[in-house]
Design a protein around this ligand. Structure first.
Ligand code: ATP
Ligand code: MG
Length: 261
């Protein structure tokens, strides 16, 4: 059965996109059939998977959603791009406009859910890379998913964002998607400093009893940035020992995700 995982945290720079790309790569290495969807008009996931200029694309997540709104047959297959064995549906700035249009759309929170129905028949995992906001696109991702994975960059300012996100997930559970589950909090960009250790303890104390915290932590390494800038997953960009640790971490995440769901 297909599992849809929304990778969400409205705090910017939490490691959402990096996690979507490299978790997809890890799951593919584990033999799974994976689709990533870019639910962010910034198009970072699309760029990270090798689409140099997403704004030049003419059929993306926005057009898929628009077709569903218009009750037209969406181009389910034509929008899928490939990065090796990872399939992905790109996004661009057009998704910004679509988000504004959603406000006046009937059943506006469920548009993405209706798009995804078709892909559930085709994939084992669908990863939704959310934008850093709690707007209508993120609501659509939360309404469409089975699980939420929350990347949390180990910095002290993330805590408030986490509270808002959790409140939102509980609202979504109550009103839109009763089956939604929080898969866990993933600590990202961990640099082994005292501050990172403090943040990890704080998260464990605050949420450890009620929310799963992944055993694996993603180490900080500038090579992750380089890999993304080159349109590669870190598995394809093994340039240093440190990156080797990040590769192992994302492999372990793949294992933990599979064990969980
Ligand atoms: N483990 C890491 N080590 C070092 N840099 C990282 C790591 N993970 C992510 N980064 C870098 O931090 C920045 C933010 O990461 P990313 O784009 O994945 O976050 P995001 O939550 O998707 O951001 P946004 O909220 O803008 O969508 C990027 O430049 C990325 O390359
Ligand atoms: Mg992102």
């Amino acid at each position: 059965m297909c599992k849809v995982i929304a990778i969400s945290n409205q705090k910017g720079g939490a490691g959402k996109t990096t996690t979507a790309i490299n978790l997809a790569a890890a799951l593919v290495k584990r033999g799974k059939k994976v689709l990533c969807m870019d639910i962010d008009p910034q198009g970072n996931l699309s760029i990270g998977l090798g689409t140099d200029y997403p704004d030049g694309l003419d059929y993306t997540v926005a057009e898929l959603m628009q077709d569903v709104i218009n009750e037209q047959e969406p181009g389910y297959i034509k929008c899928i791009l490939h990065h090796g064995a990872i399939d992905y549906i790109p996004s661009n700035i057009g998704l910004e406009e679509l988000e504004l249009k959603l406000v006046t759309t009937m059943a506006r929170e469920n548009v993405l859910k209706n798009v995804i129905k078709k892909y559930r028949e085709m994939y084992e995992y669908i990863l939704l890379d959310c934008r850093p906001s709690l707007g209508m696109l993120t609501m659509n991702a939360l309404a469409a998913c089975d699980y939420v994975l929350i990347p949390y960059a180990a910095d002290i300012y993330g805590a408030k964002g986490m509270e808002q996100l959790l409140t939102n997930v509980f609202k979504v559970k109550r009103y839109l998607n009763p089956d939604i589950k929080i898969m866990g909090i993933l600590l990202t960009i961990c640099d082994g400093t005292v501050l990172t250790g403090d943040v990890q303890r704080m998260i464990k104390e605050a949420y450890g009893d009620s929310i799963h915290i992944f055993d694996v932590r993603i180490p900080k390494t500038v090579r992750i940035k380089e890999a993304a800038a080159n349109g590669k997953t870190i598995f394809e960009y093994r340039q240093s020992k440190v990156l080797g640790e990040a590769v192992e971490a994302y492999m372990q995440l793949g294992e933990e995700v599979e064990a969980y769901a």
